[in-house]
Design a protein around this ligand. Sequence first.
Ligand SMILES: [Zn+2]
Ligand SMILES: [Zn+2]
Length: 343
Amino acid sequence: MKVAVYYNNHDVRIEDRPVPEPGPGEMLVQTRACGVCVADTMEWYLVPRAPLTLGHEPTGVVLKLGAGTNGFREGDRVFVHHHVPCLICEYCRQGNFTMCSTFKSTHIKPGGFAEYFLASASHVERDTLLLPDGLSFDVGTLIEPLACVIHAIRKANVRAGDRVVLIGTGAMGLMFVQALRFWGVRKLVVYEVLEWRQQKAREFGADCVLTPLEDPQAEAERARKVLGGGGADKVIVAAKDLRAMELGMRLANRGATVLFFATPQPDESIPLFPSYLFFNELQLAASYSADHLDTRTALDLLTAGAVDGEALITHRFPVEDLSEAILQTAGRQHCLKSVIQFP
Ligand SMILES: [Zn+2]
Ligand SMILES: [Zn+2]
């Protein structure tokens, strides 16, 4: 089978390997599509661990079941989540499934950018979902990234009637726009610098789309006028730019929550003023990955059309062109979501 092996963003090689055999409880899936994630472009994170096979947003067809594998049949159309929790450790018992050591160490093998992959017994039991007939393999690849968005909305404790600011509208940001609408937010103000993405944010349902002013204090005053009241109840920062994170803290109302969603590099930092946090009771939150509850909600939203998956997929590539797909995803041209398709 063809397996894409990543060395760096410009160097991805196709290797030929034997198709693996599913052991007891396992499942062999023939990959049909796999999304390219911004995480697949982060060389500072990936290159030290290379060579490796990426791809954590896969859909496909169940080709073969191991002995005693229950719940699925050969030929089923499925999404498999790459990380699954143990359900019994201290983190899992507290509901922090994405902090579970098992969660962080589980992977599909060798990855979604391969013609076939193995799902372990834990994957099959806990987070393999049947795709409804109306949901394409391509749109099914959005279950994992949308689940991350839903995880963040839950971590930020977004409630119906909230006034929300969202900073950054890449593919994830545009999923936020649609999911936040589904959550019933009262007012949604979006910040974005690229014009074509601003247009997309409007199409997907943002009330107001702004280019941030140079002076953050002036921007905070403008945002208060636009939002009404003292600012946003929830701020979601979905841009990697550190200035976006600083701006996010200024746009928050007293008692509000600021959620950091994007992944900066480990040595980057921003100034923090504890006195400001104290007098304004600001809650700072962060969100990592998504759990098996989030993936189920994501599947529901995509199936119901509450999130328009088709509109987010702008590029499709064969696995041989994975490097180009990664470079498109890392760029700032008219690319939202790239999907690798397998015949
Ligand atoms: Zn991802
Ligand atoms: Zn656990």
